[in-house]
Design a protein around this ligand. Structure first.
Ligand SMILES: [Zn+2]
Length: 194
């Protein structure tokens, strides 16, 4: 079968995309997304963890033995779009998976790695967390050359970022309410005393 498109066909598709409502465009992206298709069981994957919201699969083109990908079943393009509760859950699971993988492949370390945006090396349209087992001298190249920072620039950045970060609100867990009934029970003597 000839899969080459003619110039006219390409033009027609581009025109169609331009006029497509954002909701429909998002739906189309989901249909094209490998990780959405894995979530919907349309593509088989080597699943190692699954609940109602989160999946973890072995990368079939691993950076190292045990390389695993943890991701939300719902389609989000980048981390910043994921709801806070789900972020908590994702990283909690990623952390636990990291320990399991570390033990399983007898790694000497792991990288828990997120690429946000193409410039950062993101090559899937779906936000994913990589767990990459590391071994001494594995030459994986996730290490950069540190350069001496410019003090003025650091000070300026500190002032701007610190100011913006002061608006971060992390909700504390509410203290557990002790039921009155329970206190009463504790105080009252046991019902049957021999
Ligand atoms: Zn997706």
């Amino acid at each position: 079968m000839n899969s080459q498109l003619s110039q006219e066909q390409i033009k027609a598709i581009q025109e169609k995309l331009k006029n497509m409502p954002p909701e429909q465009l998002k739906e189309m992206m989901k249909q094209q997304c490998l990780f959405c298709q894995i979530s919907n069981n349309k593509i088989e994957a080597k699943k190692v963890y699954e609940d109602d919201e989160v999946l973890a699969v072995l990368d079939i083109n691993p950076a190292s033995k045990g390389h695993t990908i943890v991701f939300p079943k719902e389609h989000y393009q980048v981390l910043a779009q994921i709801p806070e509760k789900l972020i908590e859950k994702l990283f909690n699971i990623a952390n636990k998976m990291s320990s399991i993988i570390f033990e399983t492949v007898q790694a000497e370390g792991t990288n828990i790695f997120v690429a946000n945006g193409q410039a950062a090396g993101q090559n899937s349209p779906h936000a994913i967390i990589h767990i990459i087992p590391r071994f001494r001298d594995d030459n994986l190249g996730l290490i950069w050359e540190p350069k001496k920072g410019d003090d003025n620039e650091l000070n300026e950045l500190q002032s701007i970022i610190k100011n913006k970060a002061s608006s971060i609100e992390i909700k504390k867990e509410k203290p557990k309410v002790v039921k009155k009934q329970k206190i009463k029970d504790e105080k009252s003597p046991p019902e049957r005393v021999p």
